[in-house]
Design a protein around this ligand. Structure first.
Ligand code: HEM
Length: 502
């Protein structure tokens, strides 16, 4: 009995020592974390919860909340979400430090809820996986590959323009009902190599039907701190709603990845033999390149990882371009003088020809249209904020941000900084002329983000959007409808209804 008692005593003492030593280490680690953050101005929070309640209360209007903080505390400002320090940066020079740093390439835990949809994709992956995926995917978005997509962009845009005929002289309508199926057909036939014919169909594809809602729910969950933990997901009705919306899209992705893999295996010889001959390897689009990489390099990329990247490319490459095109058209309706200038540029390239296919060279000549798209993305960036996690202490401004800090970059506010964009709420594409933009710092305009994690589809996006707009504007005049004030109700809600009138 004595032996048993002293054995129990020893075990309990050892456990106590272990717990105390973990607590002491945790305390010193955290106190350094708290200490380093103390100089940064920000609202006072309540014990333990910090400013969590405010974040939740303002979740549907987070941009106004962040604007209020910026106006009150300046361009570097701190919030506490429970024990997590969030630093909001609005100065382009500070943002450039963070987005160019190799110490801030991780995504913070607020992105966790979207892993239900995108799994281990570029958006959500840990650094090592992200590096692998990015390296594999980068060549498939090169300019040379995208140049070969222009005829498909044109064909799909023509189809959209034909369908819009039924809307002429009618009531205002939601342009995204047309631009979204068009953008999906474009992406499917180019980067995915899967022919698709969904424009004009009464029953829409699940990507068109469900993605806007999924992304809206995703944005909501990113701003709801208790949803950041994987183990809490299953207690939320949000989880089951997202799962049911995402299921048909996952099924679609699983099917196309399987079909591509089967067809690659069936035609493997012609793909492999170029190495043995002098012929250059064929340039493959995203999905075909990834399938061949997966098959030829066992262990490098799993089929689940490929499905996750495909899922993300579909989301990243369709809604973004479709909504930016729709917003551009609405702004052109409200600014007839700008629309006339766009038409003059189109006439200088195509003459009176309303149907001549667009070429890469034509797209390069659409300098004014590009300024219009840029000014649209400045005012209404489709991703109004991005965030990063600090992996190793990093100095910004006069502060040191400790490892674990979440850095929030409110692109929407950055784009409306009067120092770099005088009268920031005015729509003026000439801000992007060479003489007006030359002196602005790099991160004053970041619709595609910046640095190593910058958008992979930037060139694709410009070429697809310019083609859609060129085809539409050569055939239709967008009439004035609504007002800029209505658009200013822009919340952290990517997909507001964009009505135009042609
Ligand atoms: C108007 C169009 C677009 C805008 C404004 C846009 C914007 C962005 C932004 C801001 C990011 C960074 C997200 C973050 O750090 O959290 C991003 C990432 C990404 N975008 Fe785009 N995007 C557009 C179109 C496209 C297209 C057409 C594609 C592909 C076809 C694409 C593929 C990607 C990918 C793969 C990433 C992840 C990059 C990485 O993490 O390494 N995007 N995009």
């Amino acid at each position: 009995m004595d032996v048993l008692q002293s054995w129990t005593f020893c075990c309990l003492s050892a456990a106590n020592v272990a717990i105390i030593s973990i607590a002491v280490r945790w305390y010193f680690h955290r106190s350094r974390y708290f200490q380093l953050g103390t100089g940064i101005p920000g609202p006072t929070g309540i014990p333990l919860l910090g400013n969590t309640c405010e974040v939740i209360a303002y979740r549907e209007d987070i941009l106004s909340y962040l604007k209020e903080l910026r106006d009150r505390y300046g361009a570097v400002c701190k919030l506490w979400v429970g024990p997590l320090q969030c630093v909001v940066l609005s100065d382009p020079k500070d943002i450039s430090v963070i987005l160019s740093s190799s110490k801030t390439l991780s995504k913070p835990m607020m992105y966790n809820p979207v892993s239900i949809v995108f799994g281990n994709s570029l958006l959500t992956a840990k650094f090592e996986d992200w590096k692998k995926f990015r390296k594999l995917m980068e060549p498939t978005f090169s300019n040379r590959i995208i140049d070969s997509y222009v005829s498909t962009f044109h064909e799909k845009s023509q189809r959209m323009a034909d369908l819009l005929q039924e809307r002429c002289h009618g009531e205002p309508f939601n342009m995204a009902d047309y631009s979204l199926p068009c953008a999906l057909e474009m992406l499917s036939e180019t980067s995915l190599g899967v022919p698709m014919n969904i424009q004009g169909k009464s029953h829409q594809h699940s990507v068109v039907e469900n993605f806007p809602k999924i992304i809206e729910l995703g944005a909501y969950s990113i701003l709801t701190p208790w949803m950041w933990f994987h183990w809490t997901h299953k207690f939320q009705s949000f989880y089951y709603e997202v799962i049911s919306l995402v299921k048909p899209i996952h099924d679609f992705v699983t099917r196309i990845v399987k079909d591509k893999t089967d067809s690659y295996l069936g035609s493997r010889k012609p793909y492999v033999t170029p190495e043995a001959t002098d012929k250059p390897k064929p340039r493959l689009g995203f999905l075909e390149h990834m399938v061949s990489t997966m098959v030829e390099n066992p262990g490098l990329l799993s089929i689940e990882e490929l499905q996750d990247q495909t899922m993300f490319v579909i989301a990243a490459g369709t809604d973004t371009t479709a909504y930016t095109v729709a917003t551009t058209l609405m702004l052109l309706g409200l600014h007839q003088d700008v629309q006339r200038k766009v038409l003059q540029e189109q006439a200088s390239i195509f003459g009176e020809d309303t149907s001549r296919p667009v070429t890469t060279r034509d797209l390069q000549q659409m300098a004014y249209l590009e300024k219009v798209i840029n000014e649209t993305m400045r005012l209404y960036p489709i991703l109004p904020l991005v965030a990063r996690r600090v992996d190793e202490g990093v100095s910004v401004n006069s502060y040191t941000l400790p490892a674990g800090t979440i850095v929030v970059i409110p692109i929407y506010l950055v784009h409306r900084n009067p120092e770099y964009f005088p009268n920031p709420d005015t729509f003026d594409p000439d801000r992007f002329s060479r003489e007006n933009s030359g002196s602005r710092p790099a991160c004053s305009f970041i619709p595609f983000s910046y640095g190593r994690k910058m958008c992979l589809g930037k060139s694709y996006a410009y070429m697809a959007m310019k083609t859609m707009l060129s085809v539409l504007l050569r055939r239709y005049v967008v009439l004035e409808h609504g007002s800029r004030d209505e658009m200013e109700c822009f919340k952290f809600d990517f997909f507001f209804e964009i009505q135009i009138w042609v």
